[in-house]
Structures are given as structure tokens and as C-alpha cells.
Design a binder for this molecule. Structure first.
Ligand code: BGC
Length: 250
């Protein structure tokens, strides 16, 4: 029997959801996307999620990612989302909107990390792995032999007086019109600092820009091997569905 779950990924531009085959990490049927409401307050986003779940005619458990620290199922930070998320009880919020069903809420990078390790490159399944997503910010997930240490927020690590994500996210690359060479130098500086502090066995780099990995990953100069993520933009949804199936409620 196929194990099927449902994941929702809340991003800055879209809220996306799909049924997920939990044995293969593949979507079953269409991915449904609705533009992120503006302002993206907790109630507005929760209502958007309800629309997606209804459109999919899904009545089971739902896993949800948000770009925030999720501790004790409360959202605690809001670096790139509406500030009203801070201190929101996300279990209460989503149960109120989605009704009585199993719900897990997890940080977006943590979700992508667990999905990548399960369904991506086999190398990431063992050892100490730092998974990073380069987008509006820099998200991170720490995994040891596939097990997540949640809510590592090393995109906010201050390196040479500036937060890593304000220096080397892919949004910064665009904003400052940096070529891949210049940007790879910045990413190198960030990875070297992570190396110096955490000594991982492997970096896995994801986010939209990992689609063009051949333009920048070979230019990175650090001692730890770096491989591109394989799951691309399905990772958040797949990880969200995995989280609720595993009862992961950071
Ligand atoms: C947030 C993280 C998030 C990352 C990627 C950062 O600004 O603090 O929680 O995982 O962006 O969205």
C-alpha cells in the first residue's frame, strides 16, 4: 500500500501544496499554488492553506513549512515574513483553520533538508551534513545520519560584521547584480566560517539557484565537499509531508 501524505510550503511569493508519495518522495497529482496573501499575516496564510487543502480534497494530516524558527510549535522569528508571526501558536492557528486533524509545522529549510537527505544524493544520508538553501535568505538544516537537529539559523551568523544572508543569499546576488564568480567568493567566505565552527562532512546546497549549480559550485573553495541538492523546488512540500507522518513537531 502506498503511504500518502500532504505537504504545504509557505514561501514569500507562493503557498504551494501537494499530495506526496512518502515512499518515493514524488508528488501524486498536481501541485497547487496560490499567491501568498499580502500582508502575509498568520490568519491570511492559514486561510490560503485551507483553500489549497480543500481544492485537493484532502482530509488527512497536513505538514506545513514556514520560514521561521518553530519551537514548541510556536513561530518565534520573522526574518523574511510578516512580523505578526512572531510568537504565534501555530498549532492553534492551523487547527482553527484546518479543523481537527494531525498538523506539524516545521521550518522551511529543516523540511527541505529532511526531504533531501531521504530522497536526494545518497552521500547525504550518513555523517554530519549541513544543508543550505539560498533564496531570499539563507536557510539551514543540520542532519546527522539523517536525523535533524532543528532550527539552526546559521544564515544569521555574523561574518565580518554582516549577517551571512545579507551578504551571500541569492537575493543579494540579484540585488547587487553580482556575477557567479563574485558571488561564489562570498559563498566561499560563508562556508569557510561554517567549516571552522561546525566541521561537517558534507555541504548540500539547495534553493532555486542550485538549478544552475554548474555555474558556481565548482568555484567554491572550501575543504568540505559541496554537492547540489537534487530535489529542487519539491523539497519543502515533501519534507512537510514527512514531518507530519513522523510526528515531528519541533
Ligand atoms: C529564516 C529561516 C529560513 C530561511 C530560508 C531565514 O531568514 O530566518 O528561518 O529558514 O530564511 O527561508
Amino acid at each position: 500500500m502506498t503511504r500518502i501524505g500532504f505537504g504545504i510550503d509557505v514561501g514569500g511569493s507562493g503557498v504551494k501544496g501537494a499530495r506526496v508519495d512518502l515512499d518515493t518522495g514524488e508528488f501524486i497529482g498536481e501541485r497547487i499554488k496560490i499567491l501568498t496573501p499580502k500582508p502575509a499575516t498568520p490568519d491570511a496564510v492559514a486561510d490560503t492553506i485551507l483553500q489549497i487543502v480543500r481544492a485537493a480534497e484532502w482530509e488527512g494530516p497536513v505538514g506545513i513549512t514556514i520560514p521561521s524558527v518553530v519551537h514548541g510549535q510556536r513561530a518565534l522569528t520573522a526574518a523574511n515574513i510578516d512580523p505578526t508571526w512572531v510568537d504565534t501558536d501555530v498549532q492553534e492557528l492551523f487547527t482553527r483553520h484546518l479543523g481537527d486533524r494531525e498538523i506539524s509545522v516545521i521550518n522551511d529549510a529543516d523540511a527541505a533538508g529532511i526531504a533531501e537527505v531521504m530522497f536526494g544524493d545518497e552521500q547525504s544520508r550518513s555523517g554530519a551534513v549541513i544543508f543550505l538553501t539560498f533564496g531570499t535568505g539563507i536557510g539551514s538544516a543540520f542532519l546527522v545520519n539523517g536525523t535533524l537537529f532543528p532550527n539552526t539559523e546559521i544564515g544569521h551568523l555574523i561574518i565580518d560584521g554582516i549577517e551571512a544572508e545579507h551578504f551571500a543569499s541569492s537575493a543579494v546576488k540579484e540585488r547587487e547584480e553580482l556575477g557567479y564568480g563574485k558571488w561564489a567568493k562570498r559563498v566561499t567566505a560563508v562556508l569557510r566560517e561554517y567549516e571552522r565552527l561546525f566541521w561537517p562532512d558534507l555541504f548540500v546546497v539547495g534553493g532555486g539557484i542550485s538549478r544552475k549549480h554548474e555555474k558556481w559550485v565548482p568555484r567554491l573553495e572550501c575543504n568540505t565537499p559541496v554537492i547540489p541538492a537534487q530535489l529542487r523546488n519539491t523539497a519543502g512540500i515533501v519534507g512537510a509531508a514527512m514531518a507530519v507522518e513522523q510526528g515531528l513537531k519541533p
